[in-house]
Design a binder for this molecule. Structure first.
Ligand SMILES: [Zn+2]
Length: 374
């Protein structure tokens, strides 16, 4: 099968984030088996979804990881010109949910497998395909935790998120959390008898607003836009009616951290403000929704050099979107982003990839294979 045929198959699975992914995993598993590769299907703690890991070549030698996620963001069918889960060709353009983010990369990697199998790899190439990346990299940490039992310590990980096939060395880290405040309901005419959760949440919201102002004062890293860590409250909810004392209020926040800053730490002052409400009789819950660290790979690292040679392009210093690369780097594995397509097309109706972009990505992976065979 060529990359387009594989992409057509991958797009046909509506492997939307947060849902069971058995169908796409088992198709990829079967495809690899048909080329003599026995993949490991690694079930996550949810029980109904899995990561997939496969090695072409020897597992006891250090090699390279090609990392991609199998989940896609949902598609509003009405906004699409054609069915988002049926690949549609228009000239050189291939339309479908996930074509760019990032089943295109998976398809190019899988299409390269027959060539990699016969290349006589001295250093292996691993495929590490994850689930629920779009929910804040929820699947990949489980795969990364098992890596020491799956292969020798890798030389590097290439995360195939759309970057127009240009290596990217840095992105911000992120932490998202939900804070839930529970008070006591009552009639609005007797505020003395209730505990108003919305009023209490105001202190938490103020702490978040104060923190955004503080963060804009630095530290700075000019690789990023904006060049500082940031934070925002994105969702707020609470209350049932104007004459009922609200017993429940909820706020969702996310922080984005420049390299060298732990994104969880950015939420610290807000968490402290929430915890302080307990002294006034409120129940407080703090749920981390997702977190991944920033990526910062040195331009002089061997992996960055290798990519420059293979792509004939100087790596790009930073992008604004987050990926699994930060998780690999935090696990001690050099990592960068390099994949086909433009991030500007992701998460939108009529997402597409050019067939020529798929071909360029496949050529790049096969060239990596030549290196690993030499
Ligand atoms: Zn993605």
């Amino acid at each position: 099968m060529n990359a387009t045929e594989i992409l057509e198959k991958l797009v046909s699975f509506d492997s939307v984030v947060g849902a069971p992914n058995g169908a796409i995993v088992s198709w990829i598993n079967d495809y690899l088996a048909s080329h003599g590769i026995s993949a490991k299907v690694l079930a996550g703690p949810e029980g109904d979804r899995s990561n997939l890991f496969a090695t072409i070549g020897r597992v006891d030698m250090p090699g390279y990881i090609l990392s991609g996620h199998m989940d896609v963001v949902p598609a509003e069918v009405d906004e699409w010109s054609s069915s988002p889960f049926r690949l549609r060709r228009e000239g050189d353009m291939l339309f479908g949910r996930g074509t760019t983010d990032m089943k295109g990369f998976l398809a190019a990697a899988l299409a390269a497998v027959p060539q990699l199998v016969t290349a006589g790899l001295k250093r292996p190439i691993h495929l590490a395909f994850s689930y629920d990346e779009e929910a804040g990299c929820r699947g990949a940490p489980h795969l990364i935790a098992q890596l020491p039992t799956l292969c020798a310590p890798p030389l590097g990980a290439i995360i195939g998120e759309p970057s127009n096939m240009r290596a990217v060395l840095a992105h911000k880290g992120k932490a998202a959390a939900r804070v839930t405040i529970r008070g006591r309901a009552g009639h609005s005419s007797r505020p003395d008898l209730g505990l108003n959760a919305i009023h209490a949440l105001a202190a938490v919201l103020n702490a978040a607003i104060d923190q955004t102002a503080r963060l804009s004062q630095g530290p700075f890293d000019t690789a990023f836009e904006p060049p500082y860590s940031s934070l925002q409250a994105g969702v707020i909810a609470g209350g049932k009616a104007i004459n009922i004392i609200p017993d429940l209020a909820m706020l969702e926040l996310e922080a984005r951290a420049i390299s060298g800053v732990n994104p969880r730490d950015l939420l610290g002052p807000i968490r402290k403000a929430a915890d302080a409400l307990r002294d006034n009789g409120f129940a407080v819950e703090w749920d981390e929704m997702s977190a991944y660290p920033a990526l910062a790979l040195a331009a002089r690292s061997p992996l960055a050099h290798l990519m420059q040679e293979l792509t004939s392009e100087t790596p790009l210093s930073a992008v604004s979107y987050g990926t699994e690369a930060g998780l690999y780097q935090a696990a001690g594995i050099d990592a960068l982003i390099c994949g086909p397509g433009d991030i500007g097309r992701a998460h939108k109706p009529d997402e597409f990839i050019f067939e020529s972009e798929l071909a360029a990505c496949q050529r790049f992976i096969e060239a990596l294979g030549q290196r690993c065979a030499a």
